[in-house]
Design a protein around this ligand. Structure first.
Ligand code: BGC
Length: 245
């Protein structure tokens, strides 16, 4: 069965129909740039454009880069504050005229990786982390998600970890891979101190370049692997969530 997945990110809104039997995109994804400011109205226009591109009609899963409880977006670290306490699920559902499920972006990516990717079959405490405009976290115990963990906002060196170690920080401060990998290592060491996971799955767009920085990360007990679905994990996880509803 195919279900549509959309991933709202800091730089792009990407979507495609997802083949849920294979856990992969059924067609090449379509992307529009995330508007700035990323107000609900302008982002919802972008989501509609992506869905309409495929002439889709049916259930749609949509990720959001903030806390989402019962379809209500609660925080908006890297998007317009107009999202705070918005019933995004019902607003998007009305605009698209289709059944919509909204969930956190890292949680969606994590669920996809735990089912079809690097975390498949893994028990114990597992983290999926997405490095992009912010840092997203998804925490699993024996394959079950603890939603909305928001560990990109942990404090590291007196600032929020995501301000220090996201790929946006790498770009903004023009950090070398070595320098950035040191920051990521400190962040992983901090999470390890708090949670002792057995596995870290590194997701987000940067997972495509894992060979450039994973070998530079040393001294972490847990296994560290790149996400296998790479930057499509959010789209696949969004579609999985919509299918479950
Ligand atoms: C948000 C998280 C999100 C992460 C990645 C953070 O700023 O608070 O909810 O998962 O960015 O987009």
């Amino acid at each position: 069965m195919n279900v549509f997945g959309v991933d709202i990110g800091g730089s792009g809104i990407k979507g495609a129909p997802v083949d849920l039997a294979r856990g992969d995109l059924a067609e090449p994804r379509h992307k529009v740039l995330t508007p700035h400011p990323a107000t609900p109205d302008s982002v919802i226009d972008g989501v509609k454009e992506v869905v309409d591109h495929f002439g889709w009609s049916g259930p749609v899963g949509i990720t959001f880069p903030g806390v989402v409880t019962d379809g209500v977006t609660r925080t908006a670290a890297n998007v317009d504050k107009g999202w705070v306490d918005l019933n995004a699920q019902s607003v998007l559902g009305e605009r698209l005229g289709m059944p919509v499920t909204v969930l956190n972006d890292a949680d969606a990516a994590g669920v996809a990786e735990m089912t079809f990717g690097a975390g498949a079959g893994r028990q114990g405490t597992v983290f999926l982390l997405t490095f992009g405009t912010g840092i997203g976290s998804a925490l699993f115990l024996d394959g079950k998600l603890v939603p909305n963990t928001e560990l990109g906002h942990l404090e590291l060196h007196g600032r929020e970890a995501e301000k220090h170690a996201s790929t946006k920080a790498k770009e903004d401060e023009d950090l070398s891979w070595e320098h950035w990998a040191k920051r990521v290592t400190k962040y992983l060491a901090h999470l390890e101190m708090l949670f002792s996971p057995s596995l870290f799955i590194i997701g987000g767009g940067v997972s495509r370049k894992a060979d450039k920085f994973l070998p530079l990360i040393e001294g972490i007990r847990a296994e560290i692997v790149p996400a296998q679905l790479q930057n499509n994990a959010g789209i696949v996880g969004a579609a999985m969530a919509a299918a479950k509803r």
